[in-house]
Design a protein around this ligand. Structure first.
Ligand code: UDP
Ligand code: MG
Length: 312
């Protein structure tokens, strides 16, 4: 049995040798053979050189360098397509995902789980970030059909059949957390304590987190469109009731309505509501546009994999 370890790397030159050393040490302990698939996601630092050197010294190291920064999802996909293991483990390069947990993940896999999720205990996170993500998951779970859990990130093991299922999903806009949940199969959760990032810095800004959140909601279903219809119906009923009441009032007591503020409020409010709904529709249209281009998810610049193994 071979286990592939897939690691997307963006600007991780400082941490990679340590990660590799810890992975190599773990592989001595584990009962399976291992291959390490490192994907350089267009890093501007020495990451490609470091990977090349690792690959020269250890034939188990495969590396793929992408032609530019395509984002973590694309880098992960590149690695997953190249992986040839009977099971794959996805992990971050920044040492927040301890390699020492891999034997435990394998053990749960051998006990029958197709997906073994390493669930991160958030106690080391900044308080603000922790609450933000808790809020986010509560909000997302109330709209999406697949259940997403806080602390369950990309650090996980997939069996070959779960991986094949995942790779059969070809959408361009990949929201992995949702895709993992969508494919199903027996899942086991293993808790771990997350480390503090030791080198470089997290590439997530608050803005990109918010965008990620919007993505999570929009890329999984069309409920926001449905709720726009509901909101519209409510508004129409509301205004009909208000109008009826005004008419009755006018008939009974005569016309006595300055109504200027009501008018302004109604115009601005309705205008705003329409723009929000247009925006929602626009998001979906934009997504259709991007999906119909059918561009590849990433372009490979360089790799030590032989051509037939190069990802499409
Ligand atoms: N990463 C990547 N491409 C990017 C951004 C990040 O491949 O454009 C990799 C990064 O090298 C790391 C993992 O994705 O291995 C997670 O990134 P990061 O630690 O910045 O995210 P966080 O842990 O804060 O979610
Ligand atoms: Mg990280």
């Amino acid at each position: 049995m071979i286990t592939s370890i897939v690691v997307p790397c963006y600007g991780e030159a400082d941490g990679l040798p340590i990660l590799y050393a810890r992975l190599a040490a773990t592989s001595e302990m584990a009962e399976t053979d291992m291959e390490f698939v490192f994907v350089d996601d267009g890093s501007t630092d020495d990451t490609p050189a470091v990977l090349r050197k690792l690959a020269e010294s250890d034939s188990r190291v495969k590396y793929i360098a992408l032609s530019r920064n395509f984002g973590k999802e694309a880098a992960m996909l590149a690695g997953l397509r190249a992986a040839r293991g009977d099971a794959v483990v996805i992990m971050d390069a920044d040492l927040q995902h301890p390699p020492e947990l891999i034997p435990k993940l394998l053990e749960e896999h051998l006990a029958g789980a197709d997906q073994v999720v390493a669930r991160r205990d958030r106690t080391n996170d900044p308080l603000f970030r922790r609450n933000l993500s808790r809020l986010y998951f509560r909000a997302v779970n109330s709209v999406v059909d697949v259940r997403l859990a806080d602390g369950e990130g990309d650090f996980r093991l997939l069996s070959r059949r779960a991986l094949d299922a995942l790779l059969s999903l070809t959408e361009h806009n990949r929201f992995s957390k949702g895709l993992f949940a969508w494919i199903g199969f027996p899942v086991t959760v293993v808790p771990f304590k997350s480390g503090i990032r030791e080198h470089g810095s997290s590439s997530w800004s608050l803005g990109s987190l918010v965008n990620y959140g919007v993505d999570g909601v929009l890329s999984f279903n069309i409920k926001p469109l449905r709720s726009a219809i509901h909101a519209g119906i409510l508004l129409v009923i509301g205004s009909a009731v208000y109008l009826a009441w005004q008419i009755i009032n006018a008939l009974m007591v005569g016309v006595d309505t300055p109504g200027y503020l009501t008018l302004i409020a109604a115009i601005i409010g309705l205008g705003g509501a329409q723009m929000i709904v247009l925006g929602i529709i626009g998001e979906y249209v934009g997504r259709i546009f991007l999906e119909t281009k059918r561009r590849p998810h990433f372009i490979v610049k360089e790799s030590n994999l032989d051509t037939p193994r190069l990802p499409r």
